[in-house]
Each structure stands twice: as structure tokens, then as C-alpha cells.
Design a protein around this ligand. Sequence first.
Ligand code: GDD
Length: 393
Amino acid sequence: MLIELPRQTEVFGSVKIHELQRILKLDSGGFENPMAKDIPFDELKDVLKRFAVIIPTKDEKIHLLDGVLRAIPFDCTVIVVSNSKRKEYDLYKMEKEAIASLHERVQQEIIVIHQKDPELGLAFYDAGYDYLLSKNGLVRNGKAEGMMIGMLLAKSVGKDFIGFADADNYIPGSVREYVLDYAAGFCMSESPYSMVRLHWRYKPKVVEDKLYFKKWGRVSEATNRYLNLLLSTNSGFETGVVVTGNAGEHAMTTKLADIMCYSPGYSVEPYHFVYLFDVFGHKAEKIAYPNAEAAGVEIFQIETLNPHIHEEKGGKHIKNMLLGSLCTIYNSKLCNDYVRSKVLEELGDILDPWEKPPEVTVMPPIGGIDADRFMNVLERKSETLERYEETRR
Ligand code: GDD
């Protein structure tokens, strides 16, 4: 793969944010130039072997999930965390059948579990981690909650890199690219604490019967603007470096995943930045993670070659996502009155004039959870967990 080198890197305390990098060739010929890095396929493959791709899914079309599953490179372990409906008709059963049939034909390692499995709730309880649980002892609804289940399963099978791919993607070839882009980021990284976030080249929409290749959506534009404002007002230098505030498609080293705090629902992705700025930024109050502090936390932002075409979920969803995103910035320790007033202005058509953005619920790091024990509990008792091994000839 040939990928542009970042033209600039913003350093904020121990966090390094690299400017957007474009993919020049997905399959390159070994030609390097001062502006770009060539990453041989063998190097990407070495990362893929240590990689788990988590697919959170809830009531998506089986066709879409099937395409995503088939697109993920064979060397990766695939982890599907489903919150799909089981009453009326059992969509989860259909998902499991699709996975079993695919595994029979391809023999890739795939793990699948249902988010509402009572044993999952008990496994979290047993681990002393009840932050994901609702009063009935089950894991709450939410994409972030599904992602956290997936991360623990990835840890239990010893993976060093964890990435995410949404299940509602219409273009399987783009999903394959996303995973390769993640691997490329990790090949470039100099720190064991790194994250790769994808920026879609285009997100096409139908406008007046024609396809329009849109670059930015309202939510991502606003989230990026206020994350950059947060950085700028704290460093004293204006920046526009953040372009992946809402990157649903992202990946982390397991070492970084272990020390991150997470926010529920759709605020999970912008909160990554807010958390890292708060804990590793130059105004951090204490050294919480000396190893990560010493090595630095590296964030790569990669522009995909493929456009992103996914299921559209409507206006209310967009408003929730905007509120979920901006409340992380509003509640950041680094947020001053000026940034707060700008965020309130942006939320003017969502909040009433007397309303403030809600507090952010924070789920603490999962690094302290014994992932092997967690998996053991599930393997002994769970009825929804299915584990398909990889078998190579
Ligand atoms: N396990 C699980 N549990 N998965 C869920 C849940 C849940 O409660 N809710 C949603 N998902 C799955 C969906 O089925 C899909 O595969 C993925 O999470 C993304 O959810 P969507 O509801 O389709 O989100 P979106 O497409 O509007 O937004 C995506 O892109 C945004 C950036 O533009 C998400 O990835 C966002 O997180 C991201 O910020």
C-alpha cells in the first residue's frame, strides 16, 4: 500500500494527532517517495494476524451483515456483537445461521454473542464491572456497549489490535479497505498506544434523483469544528487537525484500548479525543499512565479510497448523534466559557434555551478485567455465544 505521509502533526501534551493521510495506491509497487510511505503487503498481513475486527449490529439486513463478514480479511478474527431482536422473529438466530454457513465455507475464526445474553451481564458483574449494566442485570442497549463486549472477547483471544466495522455497509469492498487502512496505520505507528481513525472520502447521497458525492455531514462537521476549537483555545494556536471526530470506523492497539475510558451510545468516538486531551493533554492534572505518557499516544487519520454507503437512519438519529457528540466537548475539563457558548449556539435547535447538554456518562477502562476469566464464564454458561475456530489446511 502507498500512503501519503502526514504533512503536519499537532502535539498536545503526550498526544500526537497526525494530519489526514490519503491512500495513493491500495496495492503498490514498492516505490517510495519523500511524500509517501510504501507498506509491503507482508507487513500488513503481520498486523492482520494479530487483529480482531468487531462488528456491532442491531437489526440490520442479513445481506449487509453477510457482505461485511465476507469482506474482512481472512487473517483477522471477526467478533460479531449483536443486539438484534429475538422476539416476533428471531433475527439473531438468522444471523448465527448466516455466520455458521459462512464459516463452513471459509473456516475463518468468528465469534458471535448476543448483547442481551444474561450470562454476559453476570460475567461483567463477576468481573466487578457493572458500568454497562441496567437495573435488570442485562447489558444496556447501545453501540458503544456492544463495542466494549467485543473488546473483551478480542482480549480473551489474545489480539494486539482491535478495530470496528459497522454492519450496515452496502459496499463490502470498502470494508476490506477499512481493515487494510487500519493495518497501515499500525505499521506506521511508533508508539504501542495508537489509534487509527478513518475519514470517508465521500458519503454519497441521492439529491434530486442523482448521486451526489458529499464529503461532510452536519454532525461530523460540527464535532470536528468544536474538537478543534477545544484544542485551539487550550494551545493558543488555531488548528483544524481533527477531521475524524465521529469516526465509527476506527481501531486501537489493545494497549490503548485497555487504558481508555468510554462513553455510551454515539458519543463514544468524539469522547476518545476528549478523554485523551483531558488525561494526556498538557493540562493533565496527574500522570495516570506513565508508560503511555512516556511512549506518547499516536492518532492517525486516514482518508479511504472507497466511498461509504450505508443505511440511512433519519433525522432524529442525526440530532441524537449531534447532541451525544457535542455534550462530550461541553463537559470536557478543558472547555472554557467561550467554547461552551459556541456549543450551545450549535445546539440551539435541539435544546430549549434553559437547557444544558447532559452530563457524559463515563465507563472506566477495561484493562483491569481478567478477559480469560470473562470468556471462561461465558463459555461455561452462555447460550448465545458461538465460537468458530480457524482451520487452515
Ligand atoms: N451491538 C450493537 N448494539 N450494535 C448496535 C447497536 C446496539 O445497541 N445500535 C447500533 N448498532 C450497530 C448498527 O447495527 C451498525 O452496525 C452500527 O452499530 C452503527 O450504528 P448506526 O445506527 O447505523 O449508526 P450510523 O450509521 O448512523 O452512524 C455511524 O457512523 C457515525 C459517523 O458518521 C456509527 O458508526 C457512529 O458511531 C458514527 O459516529
